[in-house]
Design a protein around this ligand. Structure first.
Ligand code: ADE
Length: 328
């Protein structure tokens, strides 16, 4: 499809322009990055590829960015695909055949690999061998393809959905966390510089405190705040302009958007703080359960607004207070 008409490709282009190009430019995730630096240096000194890496965490925290920085630091090429795209074993073999020694293969949403492909990955990850059975033709029988030494980087929003045989084959496990406000301010400031906007620290703080701890959301809000500032001829973007723009986009003071707010309203007002099953909640807010669980819920849990019990999701006292409702 023409890039101009492809929204996913456009979104990716917009994100790419703001991604750090070197590990030194990466802001936040301090302990993850510090450990990764050690593993990278050690692998480089031994002239070996980095061990396989599993990166987990909610969407928008920089999993893809980290994978591209690993390739950059190792001075190798990055090949990117995703779990659902590798449908058949042959798709995997085609990808593996494009790898040169030391390259990084990045599989996003690795928890969505089919069972068959996942099982073929085990010997690939362990012994660099791809076992294939040809059932037809004159050369039928078992074949083993040799794969050059490489690094697999898997990313997942659902660490719990990775089977233990797959997880145990990763030598490096990195868990990304929501970013702190000070880190997000730095990220917003850096993005504004790259995009050529001028923004005051209070403007950065408004966005940083209302982006659900997520750089991808911060960068998106920055562009929209800038639209309001431009139309109102407000230059530089100060705290008042940013705050007004965020209010107009219905982002509340905790950074919750309309869907987050709807989730809390349902838990507080309709279910009065009683536990609710995921599917019931998803139906009540008219959202896909997987999206609710992987995209929305992690922040509400981390912010202490929702808690998960064995009987379902439940609004906390903080959620009642946030909505100005009487605690039951
Ligand atoms: N842009 C998005 N995420 C970033 C990060 N972690 N560091 C620097 N710039 C970013």
């Amino acid at each position: 499809m023409l890039r101009l008409l492809n929204p996913a490709a456009q979104e990716e282009d917009r994100e790419n322009s703001l991604r750090p190009r070197q590990l030194e430019e990466y802001i936040g995730q301090e302990s993850v990055v510090a450990n990764l630096r050690v593993f990278l240096q050690a692998a480089r000194e031994r002239s070996e590829p980095l061990d396989h890496v599993l990166i987990s965490g909610p969407p928008g925290l920089g999993k893809t960015t980290l994978a591209s920085l690993v390739a950059q630091e190792m001075g190798v090429k990055l090949r990117t695909t995703s779990g659902p795209a590798v449908e058949r074993p042959i798709d995997l073999l085609v990808l593996l055949n494009t790898l040169q020694e030391g390259d990084v293969l990045f599989i996003d949403e690795i928890h969505r690999l089919s069972r068959t492909v996942e099982e073929i990955m085990y010997p690939v990850m362990e012994d660099l061998s791809f076992d294939r059975i040809l059932s037809k033709g004159h050369n039928k029988g078992a074949r083993t393809h040799r794969i050059p030494p490489f690094t697999l980087i898997g990313a997942t929003t659902r660490a719990g959905s990775i089977s233990s045989p797959l997880r145990s084959r990763f030598g490096i496990l990195l868990q990304l966390e929501f970013y702190k406000e000070s880190e997000l301010m730095e990220i917003v400031g850096r993005s504004a510089r790259i995009l050529g906007y001028s923004i005051e620290p209070e403007g950065c703080r408004q966005i940083a405190s209302r982006c659900r701890g997520t750089p991808r959301i911060a960068n998106r809000l920055l562009r929209r705040v800038r639209d309001f500032a431009q139309v109102e001829a407000a230059d530089p973007i100060d705290g008042v302009v940013a705050s007004r723009a965020l209010d107009r986009m219905q982002i509340d003071r905790r950074g919750l958007d309309r869907l987050d707010q709807k989730i809390l309203e349902v838990l507080v007002a309709r279910f009065r703080g009683q536990p609710v099953g995921l599917n019931t909640l998803a139906a009540a807010v008219q959202e896909d359960p997987a999206n609710l669980e992987e995209v929305y819920e992690p922040y509400l849990l981390a912010a202490g607004l929702v808690q998960k019990t064995h009987r379902g999701r439940q609004a906390t006292r903080l959620a009642f207070e946030h909505l100005g409702a009487e605690v039951v």
